[in-house]
Design a protein around this ligand. Structure first.
Ligand SMILES: [Mg+2]
Length: 278
């Protein structure tokens, strides 16, 4: 990572790795279910967390057919019922002749922890409207003073040093109001030289990186993109010739285009410190 000039950071899951808000979200979703389903929800949520449930990060939940799917680039490879009974290959081929296309309502790609409680809630009958209301309520809660967000100390120190030596850019899909509150809670407000909100990644990732390159007079190979979403922040940047660090807590992207893969913020801090500050 020699000659690097500019570092582009994602926000959620990249500058902080708080998980309290997922529990808050899960509780809200659970509360919207009929009373007799709430214990079942709770049991499933714990089982997913312990890795003993068929539903896992990296898989897909087909809410219409109530099936859990594994896939490779959208092509279904395995399928299970909610209880974990494997679906036959014949059945899978007839259900899913084409590549999967994901949406936010019926075909849920379990890409991060946001998608776990919502999939369970949908399994127990929650509507998409109810689930979305719970999501908005959670985002709102994150803006209040009740929601305390502590930065990882070693990462905060690294970021502070980086901002005196490199141009730091924040690029997030979240709106400005939410993002600025989160930055303030973390104490990172003054560390970024440029901020791009509602970036519409991955569709506009390439355009945004082109803008950054022009605006800050830096060629792509002197830019580093750091993020926890492979499709949004890593793959498009790698294709353009930027350096990349992928945060991959669930080991979903072992054979990836990323220059470096780390499992959490602590590893990221160590890597940035070693390669950019020494
Ligand atoms: Mg993220």
């Amino acid at each position: 990572m020699e000659h690097l000039k500019t570092i582009v950071f994602d926000l959620d899951g990249t500058l902080y790795e708080d998980t309290h808000h997922f529990q808050y979200y899960a509780n809200l979703l659970k509360g919207k279910l009929p009373f007799e389903k709430q214990t079942l929800f709770e049991e499933d949520y714990i089982a997913v967390g312990e890795g003993t449930h068929t539903l896992k990060i990296g898989r897909v939940y087909d809410a219409k057919k109530d099936l859990i799917l594994a896939h490779l680039n959208g092509k279904v490879t395995n399928g299970w019922t909610w209880e974990g009974v494997e679906v036959t290959k014949e059945e899978l081929t007839s259900h899913y002749p084409d590549s999967l296309s994901f949406d936010l309502f019926d075909m849920l790609s379990i890409g991060d922890l946001w998608w776990v409680p919502v999939s369970i809630a949908k399994h127990y009958g929650l509507t998409s409207e109810q689930a979305y209301a719970a999501f908005l309520q959670t985002r709102e809660h994150m803006m209040t003073d009740d929601f305390i967000l502590e930065p990882l100390k070693e990462f905060a120190q690294v970021l502070e040093k980086l901002h005196t030596k490199y141009t730091l850019v924040l690029m997030t899909n979240s709106p400005q109001t939410d993002s600025d509150v989160i930055l303030k809670k973390l104490g990172f407000t003054s560390f970024f030289h440029d901020k791009i909100y509602e970036a519409n990644k991955p569709i506009n990732t390439t355009d945004r990186l082109t803008y950054i390159s022009k605006q800050h007079h830096v060629p792509y190979n002197q830019m580093l993109s750091v993020g926890d979403n492979y499709i949004n922040e890593i793959l498009p940047a790698a294709i353009m010739g930027c350096k990349t660090i992928c945060i991959d807590p669930f080991e979903l992207f072992k054979d990836s285009e990323a220059n470096y893969t780390v499992k959490d913020l602590s590893e990221l801090s160590a890597l940035l410190d070693k390669s950019l500050l020494k």
